[in-house]
Design a protein around this ligand. Structure first.
Ligand SMILES: NC(=O)c1ccc[n+]([C@@H]2O[C@H](COP(=O)([O-])OP(=O)(O)OC[C@H]3O[C@@H](n4cnc5c(N)ncnc54)[C@H](O)[C@@H]3O)[C@@H](O)[C@H]2O)c1
Length: 262
């Protein structure tokens, strides 16, 4: 590893000239992270299950003067992820950053949890994180560098009475997958870290927002007294995608207003 000069130290958060893939790029966090990375200089490929839903993010990235591309791809289907990554390599020639944002949540009391729902959450949140990491990780190994950012949750840190048997389990697995890949791929100069947000208001958490009693339970657990905002995750993504985090790997960065501190 080369020692940075002052100019490089000053620019250590810059993503100028880099290319990121953001899975779940049409969702609330995916859109926020994609545009946040673009604001810091990055070209961005967004992936999701339907092209139309990705167009807005593409337009926003392009409006910032960066290159953007939408590729339809279900993260649970290895053949589709292989095809997507091949396309990115053809067009951009490299992959600097992968952010695995795609995910779902289903809440039921554990004793009534439909097993099909449980399997679906595990499939999308865990296998759907592993597959893009596996395929992009192989490219990064060949390149000799790369930054992978998974998306976990405070629900991976501790249990919660609100019906999170599948979701909490899936994000716990994302945490350990992050540490496992970090350990295996450190020798290839690939950093693997995770962003673990507390609750923010999106379609995924709509039912909590609409239930005043439940919402209060969530807010009472956050010392800073508010839900997260998508913008709260941008700094973490820029940091973990940039050379400012070159010696950080296998870490779970809780962006949670102190929720997991006490
Ligand atoms: N909203 C929160 O409070 C919160 C808190 C902690 C963590 N998270 C995590 O943040 C991530 C984004 O959540 P969000 O709140 O922006 O939700 P969202 O529903 O707005 O976005 C999720 C995106 O993932 C996509 N997706 C789902 N299954 C997919 C599949 N098989 N293949 C490809 N794309 C798929 C959806 O289409 C959607 O665009 C998720 O991993 C979620 O678990 C959210």
């Amino acid at each position: 590893m080369e020692i940075m000069n002052n100019e490089q130290l000053k620019n250590m958060f810059s993503l100028e000239g880099k290319l990121a893939i953001v899975t779940g790029g049409a969702g609330s966090l995916g859109e926020g992270v994609a545009t946040g990375l673009a604001l810091h200089g990055c070209d961005v490929v967004v992936t999701g299950r339907t092209k139309e839903t990705l167009d807005k993010t593409v337009a926003e990235v392009e409006a910032l003067g960066k290159k953007a591309m939408a590729i339809v791809c279900d993260v649970t289907k290895e053949d589709q992820v292989i095809e997507m990554v091949q396309k990115v390599k053809e067009v951009f020639g490299k992959i600097d950053i992968l952010v695995t944002v795609a995910g779902i949540a289903k809440r039921h009391p554990a004793e009534d949890f439909p097993v099909d729902d449980f399997r679906q959450v595990i499939d999308i949140n865990v296998t759907g994180t592993f597959i893009p990491c596996k395929i992009v990780g192989a490219v990064m190994k060949e390149q000799g560098y790369g930054k992978i950012i998974t998306v976990s949750s405070v629900r991976a840190f501790a249990g919660h009475p609100g019906g999170y048997a599948a979701y909490g389990t899936s994000k716990g697995a994302v945490n350990l997958l992050t540490k496992q890949l970090a350990t295996e791929w450190a020798k290839y100069n690939i950093n693997v870290n995770s962003i673990a947000p507390t609750i923010f208001w999106t379609p995924l958490t709509q039912e909590v927002l609409e239930d005043e009693k439940l919402k209060k339970i969530f807010m009472d657990r956050i010392p800073m007294g508010r839900a997260a905002l998508v913008q709260d995750m941008v700094g973490a993504a820029v940091f973990l995608g940039s050379s400012a985090s070159d010696f950080i790997t296998g870490q779970i960065l809780y962006v949670d207003g102190g929720c997991t501190a006490g």
